[in-house]
Design a protein around this ligand. Structure first.
Ligand SMILES: CC(C)(COP(=O)(O)OP(=O)(O)OC[C@H]1O[C@@H](n2cnc3c(N)ncnc32)[C@H](O)[C@@H]1OP(=O)(O)O)[C@@H](O)C(=O)NCCC(=O)NCCS
Length: 297
């Protein structure tokens, strides 16, 4: 961790996640700004060890501004791309408009550039903030279509509980060794956000299919929305839907379905954030993509 003091008496801290008091001050900043509780990560595997947080703290220890980078390797068109994600960007209202965010963004971008990341990725509802740094917005698409033929009698899926320590140990193992859910565009390794996103949205269900694969899904009575699949291999959509046995009329897959042995028609994703990227690897993306909602950050 390194600290410096700026002209307004604020202390700049970097790489401070091992220190409980600035970590808890960041938890408060994100709770106050976005109404999310990132301390839920402590119940799973703690904060992402690849995180590179940059924050300003006042003399009482309150975090007034933060912007974090983290490592999020991606698969793009079959190749592993060393990507840096950016998250936890917030400035307390009374400190806005003074250039603190600009300062923190520039520090984080300089750090990931120095560390050799080849792609930068973020999700935002304020694309203009990042366009001036060369980020390009990608319209995300879900993939919709009729259910596949059933895959024959398969053992039923077992629901996993976020409250069950054994289930969470299993989830951790499967996320650690997961095969990317798509060869076109997917996260290659990242587990903290999967757990956090499952905690944030009570409608998300996690099921164990064929004893080796966790499937994150939602069902509204008609549409089965497949959010992510984590395990050493990706089963076909037919095998997944047979194991879930929901009798859905329509499938909506929230990532490119190239590994599901099923094809869907791309449809505009009605999210409130833009997926933004910069770097050569992003320029090679052709066709519709979506970052699994379980990897949202
Ligand atoms: C967005 C936010 C982080 C900006 O913080 P800030 O400290 O006021 O920003 P700065 O004063 O450093 O301004 C940095 C630049 O962003 C621009 N900017 C500020 N707010 C903006 C907004 N809402 N939309 C677009 N651009 C914005 C500024 O004009 C400035 O541009 P410049 O560098 O060309 O001069 C802050 O308003 C905030 O915390 N909002 C709520 C949480 C949020 O939206 N976070 C971003 C998540 S992606």
């Amino acid at each position: 961790m390194s600290n410096t003091t700026d002209s307004e008496g604020l202390i700049l801290r970097q790489d401070y996640f091992n220190d409980p008091s600035p970590w808890s001050a960041l938890v408060d900043l994100l709770q106050d700004t976005f109404s999310i509780d990132i301390s839920l990560q402590d119940q799973f595997c703690g904060p992402d060890p690849t995180s590179m947080p940059f924050g300003y703290f006042d003399e009482t220890g309150r975090c007034v501004a933060n912007f974090s980078a983290f490592s999020m390797p991606l698969i793009i068109n079959g190749r592993v791309v060393r990507a840096a994600g950016y998250q936890s960007g917030a400035v307390r209202p009374e400190w806005r408009g003074r250039g603190l965010y600009r300062d923190l963004m520039q520090r984080a971008f300089a750090r990931t550039k120095a560390e050799g990341f080849e792609l930068d990725i973020l999700l935002t509802d304020k694309p203009a903030l990042y366009e001036r740094y060369g980020f390009r917005a990608f319209q995300q698409h879900v993939f919709v279509g009729p259910p596949p033929e059933t895959a024959g009698p398969l053992p039923p899926a077992r629901r996993l509980s976020l409250q069950d320590p054994g289930d969470m140990r299993l989830l951790k193992t499967l996320l650690q060794d997961r095969a990317p859910v798509s060869g076109r565009f997917a996260v290659a390794g990242q587990m903290e956000m999967f757990h956090l996103n499952a905690c944030f949205d009570p409608d998300i269900r996690l099921s164990l299919v064929a004893d080796t694969t966790v499937v994150a899904w939602k069902f509204d009575g008609g549409t089965l929305r497949l959010l992510d699949v984590a395990g050493p291999a990706i089963p076909s959509l037919a095998a997944i839907s047979s194991a879930l046995d929901l009798r859905a009329e329509r499938m909506e897959v929230c990532f490119p379905p190239d590994r599901l042995d099923w094809d869907g028609t791309p449809a505009l994703y009605q999210g409130y954030t833009w997926l933004m990227m910069r770097g050569d690897a992003a320029d090679n993306i052709d066709g519709p993509v979506m970052l699994s909602p379980m990897a949202e950050f």
